[in-house]
Write a protein that binds this ligand. Structure first.
Ligand code: NAG
Ligand code: NAG
Length: 333
């Protein structure tokens, strides 16, 4: 899938099978004098949805990038390549310097991304330096040139990641090496903490703005009673927190929250149905605020649309949730 879609790219990217580690994943590699490291979610992680037992490795989260292809992740990598191309073609921006990029797939998995990031040049270079020093410290006569690393391959900054949880993990790792991280899509308000993330910048506003926009929409339509459902991830939890804070800061016309739940695509369907039942018990809350990653939102809406909900009480016919009216704000991570 990855290889075939690369044919769509209008830029001269090379797909290389990585160096020494046998199971290193494919990456997009564009050589240059100064290298950037890129991170994009080109695959989803394997889920543990019950209807998909092949992806469920005994309830354990698999380390492999076995999930479905994520077209938006490919779009992100194309945008990165386009930007690098534009900079390289421009005679005034970086004259005489060719910018290169090494993009890796995060698979929206912290484990996978950290393992991939350990292959980034700046980490390997730091590791090699330590090795060299210990060889010298041991007074060994042999020289360490065998360990010398091609410094042109040493990335100076990381572009990414998309999902806030991944960006936070990578920022912690890169921070140890004083390497800057510039995210193009992570909106978690946690990343605004300058003390914790000194090396992080982003090109998108924090979720506090998105949450405020949601509150503005809700007030505009006088939906005073809502239920909230969020992804149980850094993005979802911090997003719904921002929403609640925005609600609290309203002086007039308070918004009340009836049901407040979290889930992910790995939450069993029965559990998601329980959330729906709780929501149904509060008919006064006509609006659901869904602060979820795209994959999670997709799962939630599909379960909500199912017509074959079990009628356990026998008294009230259980209906599927009415999601005919669906408003979406920005799509961020
Ligand atoms: C090069 O970059 C500068 C600064 O962003 C911009 O003003 C200029 O139009 C660019 N030139 C070309 C040929 O794209
Ligand atoms: C260091 O290694 C290089 C290449 O293997 C070799 O040519 C050189 O003679 C070595 N120098 C010393 C001091 O061992």
């Amino acid at each position: 899938m990855f290889v075939c879609c690369l044919a769509l790219l209008g830029v001269s990217a090379l797909l290389v099978k990585g160096g020494t580690p046998v199971n290193q994943s494919p990456r997009i590699f564009l050589p240059g004098d100064v290298m950037l490291d890129g991170l994009a979610p080109i695959h989803y992680p394997p889920g543990t949805r019950e209807e998909d037992p092949a992806q469920n490795s005994n309830g354990k989260f698999s380390h492999h990038c076995g999930g479905p292809f994520n077209f938006r992740g490919l779009q992100h990598s194309e945008a990165i390549l386009y930007a690098v191309d534009q900079i390289n073609q421009n005679k005034t921006l970086l004259p005489g310097i060719m910018l290169g990029i090494d993009i890796k797939d995060t698979c929206n998995s912290v484990d996978h991304t950290i393992r991939e990031s350990l292959q980034f040049g700046f980490i390997r270079a730091a590791y090699m330096r330590t090795e060299e020093e210990s060889i010298r410290a041991c007074g060994l006569t042999q020289n360490a040139s065998g360990l010398a690393l091609d410094t042109t391959n040493k990335g100076v900054a990381i572009v990414g990641a998309a999902y806030s949880g991944i960006t936070i993990a990578v920022a912690n790792l890169a921070g140890l090496f004083h390497v800057p991280v510039v995210s193009y899509a992570s909106t978690s308000r946690l990343l605004s903490d300058r003390k914790r993330f000194q090396n992080v910048l982003r090109t998108v506003p924090s979720d506090t703005r998105q949450a405020q926009a949601m509150v503005d929409i809700i007030r505009k339509f006088d939906w005073n009673f809502v239920s909230t459902v969020a992804s149980d991830t850094e993005y979802g939890r911090s997003g719904i927190d921002s929403f609640k804070n925005a609600v609290k800061s309203q002086e007039h016309s308070r918004i009340c929250i009836a049901v407040d739940e979290v889930f992910t695509v790995r939450t069993p369907k029965t559990k998601v149905r329980e959330i729906m039942s709780k929501i149904r018990e509060h008919p006064e809350a006509k609006v659901i605020v869904l602060f979820a990653e795209l994959n999670d939102a997709d799962y939630f809406i599909n379960v909500a649309r199912e017509k074959t909900l079990q009628d356990t009480s026998g008294l009230v016919p259980m209906r599927s949730l009415d999601l005919t009216r669906f408003y979406a704000t920005t799509m961020t991570y």
